[in-house]
Design a binder for this molecule. Sequence first.
Ligand SMILES: Nc1ncnc2c1ncn2[C@@H]1O[C@H](COP(=O)(O)OP(=O)(O)OP(=O)(O)O)[C@@H](O)[C@H]1O
Ligand SMILES: [Mg+2]
Length: 291
Amino acid sequence: MSQPPAQVVGMGTVLDHVRTPQEVLRPHVVEFRNVTKTYNAGKTDEFTAIRDVTFVVEDVVEKGEFICVLGPSGCGKSTILRSIAGLEPQHPATSGDVLVLGQPVVGPGSDRGMVFQDYTSFDHRTVLENVTFGLECLHMPRKQRDELGREWIHKMGLNVATDAHKYPHELSGGMRQRVAIARTLILKPRIILMDEPFGALDPLTRLNMQDLLVKLWKEVQATVFFITHSIEEAVFLGDRVYLMSNSPGTILEELKIEPATSSANEMQRQPKFLEAVYYIRDKITKLESNQ
Ligand SMILES: Nc1ncnc2c1ncn2[C@@H]1O[C@H](COP(=O)(O)OP(=O)(O)OP(=O)(O)O)[C@@H](O)[C@H]1O
Ligand SMILES: [Mg+2]
């Protein structure tokens, strides 16, 4: 198949169209085939959030791709993510097919882990008990899971000695989000679904979390599906960026992004990084003014 012409915008390459499952021959981690989701279908308040969404994320062996989704508020980003997670009422789709690892999604599964914006943790559990919650559900013996838990607390940049026995209300927002991420990553899911996980963090903490996430992602080798409102974050983290249209959302453009070569803070000053950011910003500004 001949390569479609593409436009280079700094670190990004805009594909001439969004790739379809039929075009990508390697195994797929996630695929959407003409997916439409209408909430409250058949009722007076029915609302179509996404329409005819088709895309494919390929299974990049022993690496996993980092996919970022950007688009105007309300365009259906969370609808897409939660459909992949198999969470109701986003799941099931009204029409079309949502496939994970080649199989139709029928509900949540251990191959997918989700991190939300609002640092979901159990208030009555300590940091260690929160981080090891999933392992407890899998009946891993306490000694083994606590050992793994302490390892992950350390990896997430928390202090095992002073933080492991704290309760969520004793933690800062950044620390709570580290706990939520550790709780998901410790289970080594093939697919990590993140819905604006850093949206509530201050700018500096956010940059530190981006660096940490890149480091951990390389270790866990999962496919990451990451929703953000920050274009800089998407260009820094993403191997690919999907740009969504206004509601009812569909994927307008797919960009392939060069891997970052230095920290988030340093990348954000580089002209080719900024060129990609400005390209996407102009697109989104245009979309939002057409609402
Ligand atoms: N459970 C639901 N019932 C009815 N409508 C819903 C439901 N969930 C979402 N919607 C509607 O679907 C549209 C898309 O919502 P969604 O949460 O997917 O958008 P989003 O792109 O994630 O927005 P944001 O950037 O603000 O988080 C919105 O108009 C929203 O009101
Ligand atoms: Mg959302």
